[in-house]
Ligand binder design. Structure first.
Ligand code: NDP
Length: 288
């Protein structure tokens, strides 16, 4: 039987509807409109598109958004000053600094400067620490999106062997922590693989749930996947021959092997965007 296609677009649309209702209810009881501020430094085209999409998403669910566009030559001191002022504005609930930043600015310093209670990307060390301890304030958007896809698709994580390909701070590492935690979407036995992992295929073939977040076009081939495994493809890569967006897994080939699989585009991407909205609402609630 061909794999079930996990429709991230539809699941994200359901989630947005629920968030819109929650935003309306929150506004009705507090008169507060959740407010997300995005900061975009420089002229990176992809970043500009991401930020535009985030603004459009906010509008759809009744969240206010403001964009600060700064020139590519902005200094670290100037950016820090802006973030400090946003940290202090009571009507700003979420702050997001779009990465990558120009070379003269140290990303970690900037991410560390965002007030943890407004850190809707959940990149601040305090928020990462809280996730590690199983008492999150916010969950990082992409890992949370992956976890929600599993739950919404009825894929049991409890007791499953989940193999996460990639150990980045924004996807692989937090996702592994979340899958390991007690409770819904967790309780998995987790293996994390990276570029130094030996015998990668032997490990991936043991996965009941395989999550690919490495950034390499069609890296995961059919022979690396156990028949019946659920496959979540986080990768977003540009296929050099066709110019189309493709994931980290060989989607067509895996349709005959996996029990469920996310497409690219239309899988994890829309979920990441929806989770940012949820975090912004959470931040607004926490500010009360
Ligand atoms: P990073 O480049 O930060 O991390 C990639 C990870 O993959 C690293 O841990 C690296 O190992 C590992 N890796 C690289 N090559 C191999 C290999 N041959 N075998 C095993 N592991 C390998 O990427 P991100 O986590 O930021 O992103 C991963 C992908 O997900 C990208 O395509 C990105 O565009 C996409 N993405 C998609 C999002 C969405 O919303 N759908 C959101 C964020 C990212 P090592 O640590 O040893 O270098």
């Amino acid at each position: 039987m061909p794999a079930k296609i996990i429709d991230g677009k539809a699941i994200a649309a359901d989630l947005r509807e629920k968030i819109a209702a929650d935003v309306a209810e929150f506004h009705a009881s507090t008169s507060v409109t959740p407010h997300l501020v995005a900061i975009l430094v420089g002229d990176d085209q992809a970043s500009a598109v991401y930020v535009r999409n985030k603004e459009a998403d906010c509008a759809k669910v009744g969240i206010k958004s403001t964009l600060h566009r700064l020139p590519a030559e902005t200094t670290q001191a100037d950016l820090l000053e802006l973030i400090q002022s946003l940290n202090h504005y009571p009507d700003v609930h979420g702050i997001l600094c779009q990465l990558p930043l120009p070379a003269q600015i140290d990303e970690q310093t900037i991410l560390d400067s965002i007030d943890p209670s407004k850190d809707v990307d959940a990149f601040h060390p305090e928020n990462v620490g809280r996730i590690a301890q199983g008492r999150p304030r916010f969950l990082p958007c992409t890992p949370h999106g992956c976890q929600h896809l599993l739950i919404a698709s009825g894929i049991e994580t409890k007791g499953a062997h989940a193999v996460v390909l990639g150990r980045s701070e924004i996807v692989g590492k937090p996702l592994a922590m979340m899958l390991m935690q007690r409770g819904a979407g967790g309780d998995a036995t987790v293996t994390i693989c990276h570029s130094r992992t030996k015998g990668l295929s032997e490990i991936t073939r043991q996965a009941d749930i395989l999550i690919a977040a490495i950034g390499k076009t069609k890296f995961v081939t059919a022979d690396m996947v156990k028949p019946g495994a659920a496959v979540i493809d986080v990768g977003i890569n540009r296929d050099e021959s066709t110019g189309k967006l493709v994931g980290d897994v060989d989607y067509e080939a895996l349709l005959d092997v996996a029990s469920a699989i996310t497409p690219v585009p239309g899988g994890v991407g829309p979920m990441t965007r929806a989770m940012l909205l949820r975090n912004t609402l959470t931040a607004a609630k926490l500010s009360r």
